[in-house]
Design a protein around this ligand. Structure first.
Ligand SMILES: Nc1ncnc2c1ncn2[C@@H]1O[C@H](COP(=O)(O)OP(=O)(O)OP(=O)(O)O)[C@@H](O)[C@H]1O
Length: 622
């Protein structure tokens, strides 16, 4: 076995391991792997002309039966890197012997969203061999009797979270005696979600000789735990794609803005109302309340958004992501606190409050909360831990979800770890497309200066940011300051203050309750009705206005007298144009054509300038 270790945090090779060089002389093609023709047909239909680096490295090793542990950047095509060899091996076995039906591959993922996505990819790539390979997702929100009957059919591939897999193995409905492949996607998160007990139980019943493939963009110290649990036949081949990735032309531009707490709202208002960023945007916020605060604030300016958070029913969440990917919405406000907090697990309950210095910015799995459960009258209004409690632990939007053609990830609230940042910004610039990440951070001296908008999470923004910068530099990426002349926005301040004042705590609570109620009804409807009438799904929207605050018609309109001389055009130029230059990023220069053709360019899967392409459908038109 060969291996190359580039990063100091990956375990040292043990004697007997060979080293795989991750530098390839020539680029392989999908055809060169010797994959089953039916799989190649699906690859051709998807118009994937060449394998990505992680696919080029993983597929041959996995076809060779080796255990593989791969770390490659977000959006680099890891799903296919493990699916294609696993599917090929199943097809090969089926051809050679007509044995009894059995489940031969188990794919473990941390969230229901990811399970749905992986299953969809599986189905797309087995569409030319659907008679030969059956797959089932057992994380669906359905009656146990339905899952049981689906498992009774003995699918070849089962997609599950560890807890669901464990449950059905325990019930002796899911039988893994003949398992040949185990895949753990987002492997580090699967561990940090507190699934260890499930994983240990699963590991103990796996037959010998199971091939294990583990993937993540941020595998670090978890590798040894996972390896000792699942790679019983010896050390896996560890693939680290960092060298190739650093040498690639960057597709993600990263910017930060230093801002006061309340000015985040002024900035986001300007960004959307003046269309400083165009295209589809995901705004990440600290917690569920914050989702509704930002939504209600933007709504007053006629800017509509969907929300995604752990308390919404899974059917609605999946539907929102699906519609967003189909281009029905341009703006999602997401809270991904479950990514790092999740439910209280036994392991977490044992955790003590962590000293600030120790926790800030580290890739720990618990979110920093000043003083833990401290109760203080002057306390900022919500803490992520409280907000997440009782939420669905199998939720996550920043991990693995293939949001399509996202122009920009806007970290309205900076995440609390460098790892979380990596995954959040990884929702853009996927599959070779261009993207931008813009992050607001609150410096110490501006923290807790505006009570209505303050949140605990920002206490350590600077420390976290410094960690984020280090991690990004390690990957050869750079984060630049976004030079934004706040003075130019002063004319807007009174309107934004007015709007912000209307978003009271009661309004937020009301909007949250109302949305939850609405989405629960939606979810039930979705479950019962839409299975039979899939067409009707198109009419169900998730970006309704919540009407939890008094609507002020005048706020929706930006009068010209508020704009600097030259109107919006000047605003974009003078105030805060994010400098993604076509010639640099797209390598096209003027010959590349007008970016106004963004939709077409994107449909063709080409790079795009988030600031210049796409119209602002559904977003704050005057
Ligand atoms: N060879 C390829 N050529 C072009 N596009 C590809 C190729 N392989 C995968 N893709 C596309 O790239 C996108 C990202 O793929 P995928 O979701 O597998 O990434 P990932 O590495 O698992 O990301 P994450 O770390 O965020 O989970 C998908 O839309 C997928 O269809």
């Amino acid at each position: 076995m060969k291996r190359k270790l580039n990063e100091d945090d990956i375990p040292e090779p043990v004697a007997g391991d060979e080293v795989v060089t991750t530098q390839t002389p020539s680029k392989p093609s999908f055809g060169s792997f010797g994959l089953d023709a039916r799989l190649l047909q699906a690859v051709t239909r998807e118009k994937f002309s060449a394998p990505t680096p992680v696919q080029s490295k993983t597929i041959p090793l996995a076809l060779n039966g080796q255990d593989v542990l791969a770390r490659a950047k977000t959006g680099s095509g890891k799903t296919l890197a493990y699916l294609l060899p696993v599917l090929h091996s199943i097809l090969l076995r089926k051809e050679s012997k007509k044995s009894a039906k059995h489940t031969s591959a188990l794919i473990l993922v941390p969230t229901k969203e990811l399970a749905t996505q992986v299953t969809a990819t599986l189905q797309a790539f087995t569409s030319f061999c659907s008679q030969a390979i059956r797959s089932e997702n057992i994380t669906r929100a359905e009656d146990d009797a339905v899952t049981k009957s689906r498992l009774a059919e003995v699918p070849d591939v089962v997609v599950a979270t560890p807890s669901r897999a464990h449950l059905w193995v325990n019930n002796q409905i899911l039988k893994l005696q003949e398992l040949k492949h185990l895949v753990i996607d987002e492997a580090d998160l699967v561990l940090s979600y507190g699934y260890e007990e499930d994983l240990q139980s699963l590991a103990s019943i796996l037959p010998s000789g199971v091939q294990t493939i583990m993937m993540s963009a941020t595998l670090r110290t978890e590798t040894s735990t996972l390896t000792s649990l699942f790679c019983k036949s010896g050390e896996p081949t560890i693939l680290d794609l960092s060298a190739e990735e650093a040498a690639e032309k960057p597709t993600l531009s990263q910017y930060i803005v230093r801002t006061a707490e309340e000015d985040k709202f002024l900035l986001i208002y300007a960004i959307f109302k003046l269309q400083l960023i165009k295209g589809k945007v995901i705004v990440f916020v600290a917690d569920v309340d914050r989702c509704y605060r930002v939504k209600l604030f933007l709504e007053q300016f006629g800017i509509r958004a969907c929300v995604l958070n752990a308390e919404l029913p899974v059917n609605s969440r999946l539907h929102t992501v699906d519609q967003f990917n189909k281009g029905l919405y341009d703006l999602i406000i997401a809270a991904d606190e479950a990514e790092v907090v999740g439910e209280d697990t036994p392991r977490r309950k044992k955790r003590k409050a962590i000293p600030e210095e120790e926790e800030a910015g580290e890739d720990n799995d618990a979110r920093h909360v000043e003083g833990g459960e401290e109760k203080d009258e002057d306390q900022p209004e919500s803490t992520p831990v409280r907000a997440a409690r009782g939420n669905n632990k199998e939720f996550g939007v920043s991990r693995g979800i293939d949001f399509r053609r996202v122009s920009c990830v806007l970290n309205f609230d900076l995440p609390t770890t460098a790892k979380s940042y990596t995954h959040r910004v990884g929702r853009t610039a996927r599959g070779g497309q261009m993207g931008m990440a813009l992050s607001f951070y609150v410096p110490k001296e501006l923290y807790r200066k505006h009570k209505p908008t303050t949140i605990l999470q920002c206490a350590n923004d600077e420390a976290v940011l410094s960690k984020i910068k280090t991690r990004q530099e390690e990957r050869g990426a750079k984060i630049e300051e976004w030079t934004f002349d706040m003075a130019k926005l002063e004319a807007f301040r009174y309107r934004f203050t007015d709007a912000l004042r209307s978003v009271t705590r009661i309004a937020v609570r009301e909007a949250r309750t109302r949305e939850l109620k609405h989405e629960l009804i939606n979810s039930e409807k979705l479950k019962r009705h839409f299975e039979e009438n899939p067409e009707d799904l198109r009419h169900l929207r998730h970006d309704r206005e919540s009407h939890a605050v008094r609507q002020q018609a005048h706020l929706r309109h930006v009068p010209d007298y508020l704009l600097p001389e030259g109107g919006k055009r000047a605003m974009k130029k003078d105030v805060g144009f994010v400098g993604i230059r076509k010639d640099e990023v797209h390598g096209k220069g003027k010959k590349g054509g007008r970016m106004g053709k963004g939709r077409t360019a994107m449909r063709k899967g080409k790079g795009m300038d988030p600031l210049k392409s796409l119209n602002m459908r559904g977003r704050g038109k005057k």
